[in-house]
Ligand binder design. Structure first.
Ligand SMILES: *[C@@H]1O[C@H](CO)[C@@H](O)[C@H](O)[C@H]1NC(C)=O
Ligand SMILES: *[C@@H]1O[C@H](CO)[C@@H](O)[C@H](O)[C@H]1NC(C)=O
Length: 396
């Protein structure tokens, strides 16, 4: 009200109608209070507030460093300073159960605070992990990141915050160096992946949004690929609203595999609707479309050729090449050894003394008596040897 009076004084001076201004301000105030706060907006992947509408409610979603992206391997830069990531405490899960819940967008598993990741410029502490998937089984999309335009069937994200610079996740998530997310592409294979059953077996307990379950603690590292040294790195964002551009992304090159039955379970068991909702909505296709790179460069911890899998033909060629090389080398070595043996017989001849003589010639310039004496002896030796022109010329 105080401010309003000030406005009135200002309005009178400006020759404006005080009542008119009051009405204007009231209308403005009404609009403020009825406009939904961004946090209350129910966003989704398709529908009323679908992906293309996110940026209207969450401005960062319209930013220039958004995730996910398509990783184009021909545009990747090799960065040898990218060292293997080291999961910290991933396997020391303790006895306390993990909390898993359905937030209407995915299944989230909260991670204990002693878990973290090393190998980044700062120490990052684990917060949670979650999954993205598609619908319709294998080869129908589901991953958020794509490689050369190709989707995987699903994707696991392990979210960490920069605990060296920030006190907690909520502070870190708005900072450009605040978060580190590990992305693991999931493919469908023949075999069941027992590690993923630690999650999938309990999805039936959180079918509806807002439901929560305690699940037995398990080894989180068993969900990751074996090779943590080969990965893609770029600066991006959260892939869900509010899309903060605070994520150092690590997308592993190696993929993990689950069975078709496991994939179908992931795709068909959860609802995005709440238990009390009349209409049940399956939670499917919870992946965001790839975003423009806007001249961002993605880096790789490995060079394109070094890890290329070799065909059996190439392997045969290499084996034959190496064998030929070994045989050739053996022949050369044998020849050299033979040559040395035959020439080394000269070394033992007593007349072969030219090297020490030449070394003794330099001190000759000195005038010290001791050396003079020594030199006299050598020069005598020299004279004795003069008749034989060269040791090599001596017959054996
Ligand atoms: C995070 O840290 C900030 C700053 O210390 C604090 O104000 C905030 O309450 C904390 N948030 C949570 C969720 O702990
Ligand atoms: C990410 O951004 C930071 C700060 O701008 C920069 O130092 C770093 O090199 C970037 N990393 C990548 C992988 O582009």
């Amino acid at each position: 009200m105080h401010i309003f009076i000030h406005y009135c004084v200002w309005a009178r001076e400006a020759n404006m109608d005080c009542l008119g201004l009051f009405i204007l301000l009231m209308v403005q105030f009404f609009q403020w209070t009825t406009a939904p706060a961004a946090e209350e907006v129910t966003w989704s992947y398709a529908g009323l507030v679908g992906q293309s509408e996110w940026s209207q409610y969450f401005p960062d979603c319209g930013g220039t460093s958004q995730s996910p992206v398509d990783v184009v391997t021909t545009l990747i830069k090799y960065d040898p300073s990218l060292i293997p990531l080291t999961p910290l405490g991933y396997s020391q899960h303790g006895n306390k159960p993990f909390t898993m819940y359905n937030n209407g967008h995915t299944a989230v598993i909260e991670l204990p605070e002693w878990m973290g990741v090393g190998g980044l410029p700062w120490l990052f502490t684990a917060v949670q992990m979650h999954l993205h998937w598609g619908s319709g089984g294998p080869s129908h999309g589901g991953s958020e990141h794509t490689v050369n335009g190709q989707s995987a069937d699903a994707e696991l994200h392990v979210v960490h915050y920069n605990s060296e610079l920030y006190p907690n996740m909520s502070t870190a998530m708005t900072q450009s160096d605040g978060l580190a997310v590990l992305g693991i592409l999931i493919e469908t294979g023949e075999e069941t992946n027992p590690a993923f059953n630690n999650i999938l077996n309990y999805l039936s307990r959180i079918r509806h949004a807002d439901q929560k379950v305690f699940i037995p603690a398990f080894d989180i590292q068993s969900l990751l690929p074996k090779d943590l040294g080969r990965y893609y790195r770029y600066n991006g964002s959260l892939t869900t609203p509010p899309c903060y551009q605070s994520v150092t992304w690590t997308l592993f090159n190696e993929r993990v595999h689950i069975s078709k039955a496991q994939l179908l379970r992931m795709e068909t068991i959860l609802y995005s609707s709440k238990a009390k909702d009349q209409r049940r909505m399956l939670l499917q296709d919870n992946y965001r479309a790839t975003q423009p790179t806007n001249h961002r460069v993605a880096f790789a911890s490995f060079s394109a050729d070094s890890g290329k899998e070799l065909s059996s033909g190439e392997v045969t060629a290499i084996v034959i090449g190496v064998m030929c090389g070994c045989v050739g080398l053996a022949v050369v070595v044998r020849f050299i050894v033979k040559t040395i043996r035959s020439t080394s017989s000269w070394d033992v001849l007593p007349s072969n003394q030219p090297a020490p003589m030449s070394r003794m010639k330099e001190p000759e310039k000195d005038n010290e008596k001791k050396q003079d004496m020594a030199l006299n002896q050598t020069s005598e030796a020299e004279k004795k040897e003069e008749p034989s022109p060269s040791p090599q010329a001596e017959p054996n």
